[in-house]
Every structure is written in structure tokens, then in C-alpha cells.
Design a protein around this ligand. Structure first.
Ligand code: SAM
Length: 290
């Protein structure tokens, strides 16, 4: 019999709650604000408000509590209440959206959105005149293949796994290459991470990268698309970071290696790399007089 993990609640600075994962030793959102993060790091960089005059498709990778999808629906329907939205959500643990509903965490959004996402958490699919949604349960490294094979082309992709050192499986060149195939030519992929390894993996997946806004005093996120046009440029410091050993990406050739093996593979590549050690870059940028 499989036992259900009860995720402890954590209050964040904008008054919204998130969960803490013992398995990954991380909260599901930044302590600066869970709802704020969904809006600023995912929805706004994907420019969903600007695109809401036409039907929109969203790929929500690591659905979790459902905040990114909730924030997207709020933004889109504020501009165009009749906009048809199609969401494909990938998540490993079906109890997480269920627990978010049980704690009434989606009640921060409108009753319409909260009710739809409650049904979604229970039935894993929704078919209404304005929302079509499907929750694909399992390891995203496997379920992403289904999305790619179906020909789904997203206007926006939310990439929201736990951090690269904790969940390297979902930040590899191989995984992100399949993810990129699910992005429309003019679509955008957003993530909260500004890790050099993640940005390089996105570039190797044929995407361009730019910096998205920081939430609170935290570091910026990353916004990605096939064209560099209209992407906010990386700072000089961020560009130089991509020339260091930190930029060596995670790799998972068979898409089934353990986190430990994926990290070890990268460590070995870093040790034999001719790239600048990241400590030199850090020193250069921590002392403005040098
Ligand atoms: C940082 S949380 C996502 C937060 C979420 N986007 C939200 O708005 O609440 C990461 C999520 O990834 C899920 N996850 C972890 N490993 C996964 C995997 N291999 N495949 C799919 N989902 C995974 C976890 O269950 C967790 O819900």
C-alpha cells in the first residue's frame, strides 16, 4: 500500500502558502512569494496577456499546486474572458494538486478558476468551452515524449522543477531538447532558474536565452524562445557566467539516469574542462575595483 506524504505548509512573503518537500529539501516556491513568483517568473515573461486575443496553448511542466496555471488563466481571462486555453500539465505526484485544493490554496484566485482547478485536480482532465486541460501523471522525462508525439505546440512553457542540484533530471540537454520541440515558433519558455548550466542546456536545445525579472531581491529567471528578437538581454556578468565551468550542462542520454549519476557525469566533465573556473568569475564580479 503506498502511503500519502503530507506536505508541510510554508507561508511566503506575499501571503500565499507553498509546500515543503522533505524528499528534495526545498520549498515548492520562493519564500519571496509563491503567487508573485507564478506571475512574475512564469506568466509575465511568456507575454500571455499580449497574446490573449487568440486561443492559447500552455505546457505546465511540474504542475505541483497549480499556481502557474492559475496565474496564467487569471491573466488571460482578465484581458479576454472568452479566450480558449488548452493546458497540458506534467506532474509525478497526483496528491500535490489534491492537497493544494484540500488546504483551499487555490481560493486566492477567482471562484471560476478555483472551481475549474479543483475539478482538474480530481479528474485530471477538463473540457469546457474555455478550458481544455489534461494532467499527465508520471516522470516528466517519459510523459514529455507523449506531448511531443501528439504534435502539441505551446505558446508558453512553464519549466518549474526543483532546483538543478536537487532535480537535475529535468534540466538536462536531452530532456530540454524534447521540451523545445513542443514550443511554437513564436512561443516562449519561462523558468525561475538563472543557472548557467540551465541556460547552456536551453541553448543546446536550439533556444535563445534572456533574463526575466527578479522577484524580491532574488536573482533573475530565464526566458527563452527560438528568436533572440524581443528577449531581454543577459547582463555582461550573466554572459560571462556562460563561459565558465558552471555552464557545463547536465546530461541524461537515456532519459532514465538517477540524479546522482547525472550530477557525477557533469562533475567529471567539469574537472577536465578548459573553461574558466567559476570561482574566478565570482571573484571578478564580487569586487568592482578589480
Ligand atoms: C517546484 S515544484 C513545482 C511548483 C508548481 N509549478 C506550482 O506552481 O505549484 C516541483 C514539482 O515537480 C514535481 N516533480 C518532481 N520530479 C518530477 C518528475 N521527474 N516528473 C514530473 N514531476 C516531477 C514535484 O512533485 C513538484 O510538484
Amino acid at each position: 500500500m503506498s502511503s500519502v506524504i503530507n506536505f508541510p505548509l510554508r507561508l511566503t512573503d506575499d501571503g500565499s502558502f507553498t509546500f515543503f518537500s522533505d524528499e528534495f529539501s526545498e520549498t515548492f516556491h520562493t519564500s519571496s512569494g509563491a503567487e508573485l513568483e507564478a506571475q512574475k517568473k512564469f506568466v509575465e515573461p511568456c507575454q500571455l496577456a499580449e497574446k490573449a486575443e487568440r486561443p492559447l496553448k500552455i505546457l505546465d511542466i511540474c504542475y505541483g499546486l497549480g499556481y502557474n496555471s492559475a496565474a496564467a488563466l487569471k491573466t488571460i481571462w482578465a484581458i479576454n474572458p472568452d479566450c480558449h486555453v488548452e493546458i497540458i500539465a506534467l506532474e509525478r505526484d497526483k496528491t500535490i494538486p489534491e492537497q493544494a485544493i484540500a488546504h483551499k490554496l487555490l481560493d486566492r484566485w477567482s471562484p471560476r478558476i478555483a472551481e475549474l482547478l479543483q475539478k482538474f485536480a480530481q479528474s485530471h482532465q477538463i473540457q469546457t468551452p474555455r478550458l481544455t486541460a489534461q494532467l499527465l501523471l508520471g516522470d516528466a522525462r517519459q510523459t514529455i515524449k507523449q506531448v511531443q508525439e501528439s504534435g502539441f505546440q505551446a505558446d508558453a512553457i512553464f519549466l518549474d522543477p526543483f532546483s538543478p542540484p536537487k532535480c537535475p533530471q529535468l534540466w538536462t540537454v536531452e530532456f530540454l531538447s524534447i521540451v523545445a520541440q513542443c514550443l511554437k515558433r513564436d512561443g516562449r519558455l519561462a523558468t525561475y532558474s538563472c543557472a548557467a548550466s540551465v541556460r547552456t542546456a536551453l541553448q543546446l536545445a536550439r533556444l535563445q536565452v534572456g533574463a526575466s525579472n527578479s522577484v524580491g531581491r532574488r536573482s533573475p529567471g530565464t526566458i527563452s524562445s527560438f528568436s533572440i528578437r524581443n528577449l531581454p538581454a543577459l547582463s555582461q556578468q550573466e554572459a560571462e557566467h556562460l563561459q565558465t565551468r558552471a555552464a557545463i550542462p547536465y546530461r541524461d542520454p537515456s532519459l532514465q539516469d538517477s540524479a546522482e549519476l547525472i550530477k557525477q557525469r557533469r562533475k567529471i566533465e567539469q574537472l577536465s574542462s578548459a573553461l574558466e573556473p567559476t570561482s574566478h568569475w565570482k571573484k571578478r564580479w564580487s569586487n568592482p575595483w578589480v
